[in-house]
Design a protein around this ligand. Structure first.
Ligand code: AMP
Ligand code: TRP
Length: 325
């Protein structure tokens, strides 16, 4: 079975954009691959975002949410990055084959250093090297990510090639696997759904909260009156229908919106009900999973991950001709 690795930062509450754009895909892929999923807490330390919870709490909440969405510890390995010292150790070694110039080119570094001008730290700069270590330790051939991460995966390939050429062929070159859902826009219709822009539907919202959030949501700007025909292709909410509604409802909305047979109010009510149906079991499972259980899953996960990661690191140490311990 081919191996896969992906990571997510414990940056706070998940929203339905994360679910459709990443997590649902992770759940599907665990049947096709030997999958490793990592909560990347060390990456989250590169920004200083004030959060009500500690990094540890955010980490366990993220792991709980992933399990609630359907990651199954019997099928895939879920673990926390900082629980394995192998990640930071390999990152150091890879720092030594990564050209500074490549890191300066990274779009995410440019964006984040302009967003956090008071805190442009070295971690933010070498962030992609730690990401390369996450991937290369597991010899993963596939890395499911959103398109904003493609540049980091390309760099990972280059780092692997540089190490293999300078020392010894140790690493497999990974490929990005793009999720079929594109960017989900926020309820304001202006930008991608994101917690920082406060235009999200939280994954754990209940049915009332979902309806409340959808009511004022931006739809199709040309549809001002109930009698104006709409265009699902430009409607901000149609991608959510495609993510959450059964096929019959998607087809009905697609047809009736164009003919002004269904209004936005009714359409939002239908969407809200469909979203609630998918999200209710996730919310229930989230609240039912106890911290002790999740900690146990993460401990097991770390052990399984270490079995693979420590072998790779041994090859790296040997390849780089470091003195044996
Ligand atoms: P972030 O919270 O931005 O680090 O994203 C975590 C994961 O969710 C990444 O794989 C993103 O590609 C995905 N993601 C975040 N926001 C959206 C969105 N609005 N639409 C689709 N996918 C998203
Ligand atoms: N940088 C990724 C993001 O912002 C998170 C990440 C860290 C990751 N390590 C990874 C993704 C390894 C894939 C593989 O979304």
């Amino acid at each position: 079975m081919k191996r896969l690795l992906s990571g997510i930062q414990p940056s706070g509450e998940l929203h339905v954009g994360n679910y459709l754009g990443a997590i649902r895909n992770w759940v599907d892929l665990q049947d096709e691959y030997e999958a490793f999923y990592c909560v990347v807490d060390l990456h989250a330390m590169t920004v200083n975002s004030p959060a009500p919870e500690s990094l540890g709490e955010r980490t366990i909440n993220m792991a709980t949410a992933l399990l609630a969405c359907g990651l199954d510890p019997e099928k895939s390995t879920l673990f926390v990055q900082s629980h394995l010292t192998e990640h930071s150790e390999l990152a150091w070694i890879l720092n030594c084959v990564t050209p500074m110039g490549e890191l300066y080119r990274m779009t995410q570094f440019k964006d984040k250093s302009s967003q956090h001008q008071q805190n442009i730290n070295v971690g933010l700069f070498t962030y992609p090297v730690l990401q390369a270590a996450d991937i290369l330790l597991y010899q993963a051939s596939a890395v499911p990510v959103g398109e904003d991460q493609v540049q980091h995966i390309e760099l990972t390939r280059e780092i692997a090639r540089k190490f293999n050429a300078r020392f010894k062929k140790v690493f497999t070159e990974p490929k990005a696997v793009l999720t079929r859902t594109g960017r989900i826009r926020g309820l304001d219709g202006q930008a991608k759904m994101s917690k920082t822009l406060n235009n999200q539907i939280p994954l754990l919202a209940d049915e009332d909260a979902i309806h409340k959030l959808l009511r004022p949501a931006f739809t199709d700007p040309a549809r001002l009156r109930r009698t104006d025909p709409g265009n699902p292709k430009v409607c901000n909410l149609f991608p959510l229908h495609q993510g959450f509604s059964p096929d019959d409802d998607i087809q009905r909305v697609d047809k009736e919106c164009r003919k002004a047979e269904i209004g936005c109010v009714e359409c939002k009510r239908l969407l809200g009900a469909n979203m609630a149906e998918t999200l209710a079991p996730i919310r229930e499972k989230y609240h039912a999973l106890g911290n002790d259980h999740v900690q146990g899953v993460l401990r097991d996960g770390a052990e399984r991950a270490r079995a693979v990661a420590s072998k790779t690191l041994e090859k790296v140490r040997y390849g780089a001709k470091l003195l044996k311990v």
